[in-house]
Structure formats: C-alpha cells, structure tokens
Design a protein around this ligand. Structure first.
Ligand SMILES: *[C@@H]1O[C@H](CO)[C@@H](O)[C@H](O)[C@H]1NC(C)=O
Ligand SMILES: *[C@@H]1O[C@H](CO)[C@@H](O)[C@H](O)[C@H]1NC(C)=O
Ligand SMILES: *[C@@H]1O[C@H](CO)[C@@H](O)[C@H](O)[C@H]1NC(C)=O
Length: 463
C-alpha cells in the first residue's frame, strides 16, 4: 500500500472513535457531529430542519394527526400558504464582510490548532459578490420537499385534480430567489404527479409580497432612517458583543482591536452559510461557543424586532395590504362555500421574504413579549418568545387552513412552519381551531381599518 494512502486509512481509524459512528446515525441534532451545536441560533440564516428536526431523518415526513379538527365532519375548504424563499447565497454586502474576515485569518500567524490551520491553508473563499442572494440547490429542494409535504398534509386541497383544474394559485415576489422558489414548489408537485403535459402559471405581485418597498412612511421612518436602529447599534457596541469579539480574537490569536462587530457577524455568517448551503460543520463554527451564539442571535433578533417587528408600529402596518388580501380570500371561500359552490381558489401559495412574513406575524400579534427587546435587557430576555431562529428559517411558512365543519360551523387554523399555533388572544381555543367568526371578531379593528394607503402616508392625519 502506498504510504500516503496508508496514512489516510490510519487517520480515519484514529480520528473517528467508535462512539461517533453511533452519533452519525443519531437523528438528535444536539449530538450529530455534522450539525454545528450553534445551528439553532442562526436566526434568518437558519436551516428549516432545525425547527423541524424530524425532517433530518425523513425530509418528506408529515404527521397528519397534528391537525385536530373538532369533529370528523370537518372538511378543509381553503388554504393560504405564505412562504419565505428557500436557502440562498449571501448578499453582496455580506460577501464583502466575509472576505475581509477571511483575509484577516489568512494573513495572521500560522496556527497550531488544526481547525484554524484548515481555515488558513485549505478552506477557500468560494463566495463571490455576484452570488447576490440567489437561491441555491438546497433552496430548490426546500421548496420541492415542502410542496410534497403540504400535499400529504392537505391531500384534498393540494391535489393533482385541483392543480390541473386551476384551483391552486401561485403569487410571488419578483426577486429571483422567490421566483425560483415558486418554480421549485410547482416542480415538487408536477414531479410528484408526473405531470408533463401542462405548465402552471404564477403571478408576480410586489405590492403584496414586497409591500415594505412601497410603504413610504416605513421607508422614511425606519428602513432608511439610521437612528431607528439605535438599540441594535448600542448592543453591537455593548459588553456582551465585546466579550464575543474578544473570545473570537483569542481563538484566532489576533489583537482584540482587529475583531469588530462586523467581523464577528461575518464569522457567524460563514458558519451559518457553510451549514445551510453545503450541510457542513465548518471550522468557522469553532469561533463560537453556545453562549456567544446566543449573543449573536440576540443581535439579529434586535434588528428584526426594530426593523420588521414590534419596534415601530409602521413595521406591521405596512403589511395591511397582505392582511386584507388574506381575509378577502377567506371571505370569498366562505361565501362560495355557503352558496354550495366549489371554492374557486382552493389554495393560494404566496412566496416572499422574511420581511414579508414578520410584519404580518406582528400585525396578528404573534410572539409579542411583554417587554421590548433593547440593548440593555439581553439577560432578562433569555426566555423571550420573539426568536427569529424559530420563526423565520429559510422556507418559513405561515399557513391558514379554513374548515367547514357542517351546519355553518367554519373554523380557521393557523400553522407556522407546519405546526399549529394558537391565534394570540384566542388561546382558550388552543386545543381546537377557533371559529372563523371569532377570528374575525378578534381582528375587527384591523378588518375595519389598517388601510395601506393611509398608514403608509408620510404625514398621517392624526386621529
Ligand atoms: C404526531 O402528532 C401527534 C399530535 O401532536 C403526536 O401525539 C404524535 O406523537 C406524533 N407522531 C409522530 C410519529 O411524531
Ligand atoms: C433561477 O432562475 C434563473 C432564471 O430566472 C436561472 O437562470 C437560474 O439558474 C435559476 N436558479 C436556480 C437555482 O434554479
Ligand atoms: C403586544 O403587546 C403589547 C403589550 O403587552 C400590547 O399593548 C400590544 O397591543 C400587543 N400587540 C399586538 C399586535 O397584539
């Protein structure tokens, strides 16, 4: 045997002790060496499988018993699915930050730690600026697989017959990653039913799926207003982040002043992207322990909270247009159903962004903690419900299922990431699904108001 090959064989037998062979087969992500221990803190850069770990073993697994209509009579009559695009490449801005960190690591003194030597000598910076947030192959699969799972969860709605009959409508944001996600979702269904004789259309609608771009007040007061992010800025300069940066500098063996908050962010992104895109537990992940990752997660949550969530009222109000669109679809399905007609739009699949989902979730009151997330309350917010890692991984989805339970008993079930969630404020109905009329009563103020044009005007008439 040539000496080099012999070395490889020995290396494999010594480097992988017997115990890890068991772990490799273990579906528990906590113990799987291919999954970074910090993977559950990746916020909006997280993998969908981290919020539904049973998918690691079987990506097409569904558990239909999670849907528990109050009686056996209940039939699904409409589904609206609002879905984030799948896994994507980093944006140009983040690739630039990652490149700077990579240059620093490559240029620093030769390391003795093997993981760091690997970063310096073997790992190559393969992310390029022209990747610009495009959907990756994993993202194509995210949507293909989601489509198949949803068809198994709602077989009477997402069916070949309904697709062929034009009863399933697709609407997407114009961004390439969303259009490609839409194509992938459709491909999931046409491959499942081996449909080759027909193509299915989709509509591009940025007014609905990128409402934030068209809401002047949001753009002026939040999105393009640097002072709107003071809590985030203060946290990034604060003691928790400083400690994370020093620990990274120590692990890299470089001066503390070389690791800025941008560098720490870039390191976190590198670990997250290598995992989300290639499913590898890369040496970049060695720059963080779990405590550090929780701080990084909080910084990301702060950003989403102030930019898209409860931080400013206009963040959620910018989604009024999507809110009304949803309820008018539900109302239409209800009235067709009441007339004994088949529901013409049985399923609506709407594909957009984390920035599409979060304002709507906020408008509906989901994940509303009693205290605001600020730069100074990291320690008291450890039990917060506002956790983008849980809410908004790639391919995150918010589903609304309308049921007819007979005798005018109509019910609405929301699901987030394929799991039933109670409408906030209607929690007493947790076990069953609330009556559609109760839901409408609960959101009456929004249904009567929440006018996109009015809310998004820069100078809103007070009162
Ligand atoms: C399916 O969901 C039900 C209800 O939530 C739960 O009791 C059951 O354990 C789940 N089954 C599997 C195989 O996960
Ligand atoms: C996405 O769509 C564009 C064209 O719209 C195509 O050039 C590109 O290859 C697609 N990417 C993926 C991953 O499907
Ligand atoms: C969120 O909670 C706060 C205080 O707990 C409350 O005033 C506010 O109305 C809630 N927002 C929504 C949209 O439910």
């Amino acid at each position: 045997m040539p000496i080099s090959l012999w070395k490889i064989v020995v290396f494999h037998f010594t480097a992988i002790p017997a115990v890890s062979w068991c772990l490799l087969n273990d579906v528990n992500p906590e113990e799987n060496p291919d999954i970074p221990t910090i993977a559950k803190y990746f916020s909006t850069k997280g993998r969908y499988e981290e919020v539904n770990p049973h998918l690691i073993e079987d990506i097409l697994a569904v558990n239909t018993s999670i849907l528990q209509p109050p009686s056996a009579q209940c039939r699904e009559i409409h589904l609206t699915a609002i879905i984030r695009h799948g896994t994507r490449y980093p944006t140009t801005k983040n690739v630039k930050k990652m490149q700077k960190l990579y240059d620093l690591v490559r240029g620093s003194a030769p390391a003795k730690d093997s993981w760091l030597r690997e970063l310096q000598t073997q790992w190559t910076m393969w992310y390029t600026e022209d990747m610009d947030g495009r959907l990756v192959q994993k993202g194509v699969n995210d949507h293909r697989h989601l489509a198949v799972r949803l068809s198994k969860l709602f077989p009477s709605l997402i069916s070949e017959k309904k697709l062929r009959g034009g009863l399933i409508k697709f609407i997407t944001s114009s961004k390439h990653r969303c259009v490609n996600s839409t194509l992938s979702f459709k491909a999931g269904l046409t491959e499942l039913w081996t449909i080759r004789d027909k193509e299915f259309e989709h509509a591009v609608n940025d007014a609905l799926m990128r409402f934030f771009d068209q809401c002047t007040r949001f753009l002026e007061e939040v999105d393009n207003n640097p002072s709107a992010m003071t809590e985030l800025d203060k946290f990034r300069e604060g003691p928790e982040m400083k400690r994370v940066e020093e620990k990274i500098a120590d692990r890299l063996g470089v001066e503390y002043n070389l690791i800025t908050d941008d560098m720490a962010e870039a390191a976190f992104y590198l670990c997250a992207y290598e995992f989300a895109i290639k499913t590898v537990n890369s040496p970049w992940c060695r720059l963080f322990d779990e405590v550090d990752a929780q701080v990084m997660e909080y910084a990301n949550d702060l950003k989403q909270y102030w930019k898209r969530g409860y931080g400013y009222d206009i963040n959620s109000k910018s989604s009024c247009i999507l809110f009304h669109d949803l309820f008018s679809r539900l109302d239409k399905a209800v009235s067709e159903n009441q007339l004994g007609q088949p529901v013409t739009e049985a399923v609506t699949v709407q594909i957009g962004h984390a920035e599409t989902l979060l304002p709507l979730l906020t408008l509906l009151g989901f994940f509303n903690d009693s205290d605001a997330l600020t730069s100074t309350n990291y320690a008291t917010q450890t039990q917060r419900s506002f956790r983008t890692s849980h809410m908004l991984p790639y391919a995150a989805n918010l589903l609304f299922v309308l049921y007819d339970c007979g005798g005018g008993d109509l019910r609405l079930q929301p699901l987030l990431n394929e799991k039933p969630v109670p409408f906030p404020g209607l929690t007493d109905q947790k076990a069953s699904m609330p009556l559609y009329q109760e839901v409408k009563k609960h959101y009456n103020d929004l249904l009567q108001g929440c006018d996109f044009e009015t809310e998004c005007q820069l100078f809103k008439n007070p009162g």
